[in-house]
Design a protein around this ligand. Structure first.
Ligand code: LCV
Length: 259
């Protein structure tokens, strides 16, 4: 595989994001390799998976690949978007997925990390929810992922400011499980993976699916869903969305007008 490294040691699988030149930006091809790796690990009897970046990474992932974002008139985060497919695969695969985070996590990859079952970070890890930075209308299930991970007030701060928060703060508010000193991060993560792998895989797989079904059981009426989708369309049909994506691709600050 070109964009990830896949290894398995007994019942523990490890997927390393390895698209170094683009800071592990989640392109269609990188996501396809992660999804295939999860499928192979499940088939090979892995009982737990560690999803991580290269050792010592300054950026865990720089976000949805900006080059693959539509420039307007189409839902940028629809059902078939690679990021949506990756989140669903992590949530529904039988094995617990532990996100081991070093470096900055930007945009869609924050949701990818939050979709993982357990999050263990080094002290320099940061998390930035960036739709407002680009003018993107985040999608419904993504918002629910954020709401499951943090209080509504904190989700609003993350979403409205698009500013990174520290691993220490994320742990303090319960958004991530552990912050571990960098030299101990790998050992600590492997230790937890080993504990999980030595427990009953069927019981864990069923509890993981139970928790997914129960956590996702938030009543959104068809009318409510249609209203949200209509509001999102206003955004991705707007001048600001087009400007945000163009500015991102041209590496300049966007000039948002509110239209
Ligand atoms: C493709 C990239 C990217 C990238 N795609 O290094 O959540 S939503 O709704 O917002 C969703 C739509 C989403 O996820 O949007 C993307 C959100 N991500 C961001 O806002 C972060 C964008 N990246 C950055 O701000 C910087 O790259 C950071 C601060 C992460 C690192 O800065 P640094 O100066 O260390 P460069 O910016 O020079 O990036 C190194 C290479 O990675 C590419 C970037 O274009 C450059 O490649 P080239 O030298 O070939 O141009 N890169 C970075 N992010 N999201 N490519």
């Amino acid at each position: 595989m070109e964009f990830i490294k896949l290894t398995q040691d007994g019942h523990i699988g490890t997927i390393v994001l390895d698209r170094h030149r683009k800071l592990n930006a989640l392109s269609h091809d990188l996501v396809a390799e992660v999804i295939e790796a999860l499928r192979q690990l499940e088939e090979a009897g892995a009982r737990v998976v560690i999803l991580r970046a290269q050792a010592g990474a300054k950026v865990w992932s720089a976000g949805h690949d900006g080059g693959e974002l539509p420039e307007g008139g189409r839902d940028p985060l629809g059902w078939d978007d690679p990021l949506r497919h990756l989140v669903r695969t992590i949530e529904t695969c039988r094995m617990p997925v532990i996100a081991m985070v070093e470096g900055g996590v930007w945009g869609g990859p924050v949701e990818t990390v939050l979709a993982c079952d357990i999050i263990i970070a080094g002290p320099c890890a940061t998390f930035a929810v960036t739709p407002a930075r680009l003018g993107v209308p985040y999608n419904v299930s993504g918002m629910m992922t954020f709401m499951s991970a943090a209080s509504l007030r904190l989700v609003k701060e993350l979403a409205f400011t698009a500013s990174p928060i520290s691993a220490e703060r994320a742990e303090r508010i319960g958004m991530i499980n552990h912050v571990v000193p960098a030299p101990e991060l790998e050992t600590f993560t492997l230790g937890m993976a080993t504990t999980i792998a030595n427990n009953a895989p069927l019981s864990i797989a069923v509890m993981k699916e139970q928790l997914r079904v129960l956590a996702g059981a938030k009543p959104v009426s068809p009318r409510g869903f249609e209203k949200v989708q209509g509001l999102r369309r206003i955004v991705y049909d707007s001048h600001d969305y087009h400007e945000g994506i163009r500015a991102f691709k041209e590496k300049r600050r966007p000039a948002f007008t509110g239209n």
